[in-house]
Design a binder for this molecule. Structure first.
Ligand SMILES: NC(=O)c1ccc[n+]([C@@H]2O[C@H](COP(=O)([O-])OP(=O)(O)OC[C@H]3O[C@@H](n4cnc5c(N)ncnc54)[C@H](O)[C@@H]3O)[C@@H](O)[C@H]2O)c1
Length: 369
């Protein structure tokens, strides 16, 4: 097991452990007992995770002398809303959960975001722990304290910054994850490679086949490195005012593609195409070398993620989704681009004509033929 400590400095200074390893689940009872203030615990999970791991988890917690109940809600993004949050709160009240209790967010990013949101508000906040079970949650959403629910007007529009007391990451959970969901996490890992360093990028180039086969040694190392990158960005910019934006690399066009496809395109696929588009924009605008740009394309292909924008997604619609975001934020569209691998920067100076041209190029890429 590897432990890293996330340190938030300044006003409201706070620190917590992120524990990663294939032995986490075995010792989860002791781990939770160490961090919870909990007289009582409630694991919040979804209807896919509960039948797979719910009983085993409750058994392990009970064995460590912990009193834990479980609340589940229907799996999927459609549940990440105010109705589910209210229903969870009502169930917590029924169970008699008070401020001496703690919540365990046990599932993917949807569970983590919603359980964290509830924990930050229930009785003016109670502690929570994260036990992430998807690759997205293990390398991204369980770390950093962003909680949220979706509104009809859009995703993640209501939420809080509320850090967990600890994060327990056991990659063994990933063995039951559907390939599409694994791909969503892989896209975020590729993103870390692009924004962080040539060393990590090279490791991903060398080991992508092993990662996809869930080779334990390689997978745990890549998860540790990804968590380390996220941790460092959260430490310097907890409230997402500056460098934490680098985590949005590939997400500007990625989100527009997802929306323009009517969410037929998964998040991971949207982000992969968004990362390729951002590399092309970087080549045109800030002199990213063609060699680096091609390496981004090849890594995404090696990850089994799409490399061409489906021709059926209308370019005008993609552009209108991009500008709808711009209208919402009342400002220019900010893109994260790269000068080279490991050198991201933020710019609002990207002309619509270049974005349009790049989208068209990516529809006509030979890889689609
Ligand atoms: N808070 C943040 O910083 C942050 C960062 C990235 C993403 N997010 C949010 O995370 C969400 C996406 O997270 P996600 O990709 O984990 O989606 P998810 O939580 O919907 O999980 C994906 C699917 O996998 C199932 N599942 C979970 N663990 C499993 C396992 N071990 N075996 C089999 N099936 C399993 C789930 O039931 C679900 O059907 C989005 O709502 C997004 O906004 C938040």
């Amino acid at each position: 097991m590897k432990t890293m400590r996330l340190n938030i400095k300044g006003e409201g200074a706070f620190a917590y452990d992120i524990r990663i390893g294939y032995d986490i689940l075995e010792g989860i009872g002791q781990g939770v007992a160490e961090f919870g203030t909990g007289r009582r615990y409630v694991a919040i999970t979804d209807t896919n995770v509960a039948p797979l791991y719910g009983e085993a988890m409750l058994k392990k917690l009970k064995k460590a002398g912990l009193n834990c109940d479980m609340i589940e809600f229907p799996a999927g993004e459609a549940s990440k809303n105010i109705n589910t949050a209210l229903s969870v709160v009502q169930q917590l009240l029924k169970l008699g959960i008070d401020r001496k209790s703690a919540i365990i967010a046990f599932g993917g990013g949807v569970v983590g975001d919603l359980a964290g949101f509830v924990a930050s508000l229930y009785m003016r906040s109670i502690p929570y722990l994260q036990i992430p079970t998807t690759l997205v949650a293990q390398v991204d959403s369980s770390i950093g304290g962003k909680t949220a629910i979706d509104l009809e007007e859009g995703k993640n529009l209501m939420g809080t910054f509320y850090q967990p007391r600890a994060v327990f990451i056991d990659p063994a959970f990933l063995e039951t994850l559907p390939p599409e969901e694994f791909g969503n996490g892989l896209a975020e890992i590729v993103k870390y490679g692009i924004i962080d360093s040539e060393d990590f990028f090279e490791l991903l180039e060398d080991k992508m086949a092993d990662i996809r086969k869930c080779n334990r040694k390689v997978l745990v190392r890549v998860i540790e490195m990804s968590c380390g990158i996220k941790k460092r960005l959260v430490e310097i910019d907890e409230k997402d005012q500056g460098p934490r934006h680098f985590l949005n690399y590939g997400h500007t066009i990625g989100h527009a593609l997802e929306a323009a496809s009517g969410y037929g395109l998964s998040h991971g696929k949207g982000v992969s195409l968004g990362m390729m588009a951002a590399a092309r924009l970087s080549e045109k605008i800030c002199g990213l070398s063609a060699g680096y740009r091609k390496r981004v394309d090849i890594l995404i292909e090696k990850a089994g993620l799409p490399t061409a924008i489906p021709r059926g997604i209308n370019t005008d619609l993609i552009i209108s989704k991009l500008t709808a975001d711009k209208k919402k934020s009342g400002s220019i569209i900010n893109f994260v681009l790269i000068k080279k691998i490991g050198e991201p920067f933020i710019t609002g100076d990207v002309k619509e004509t270049i974005v349009r041209e790049t989208i068209e190029e990516m529809k006509n890429d030979r890889r689609t033929a």
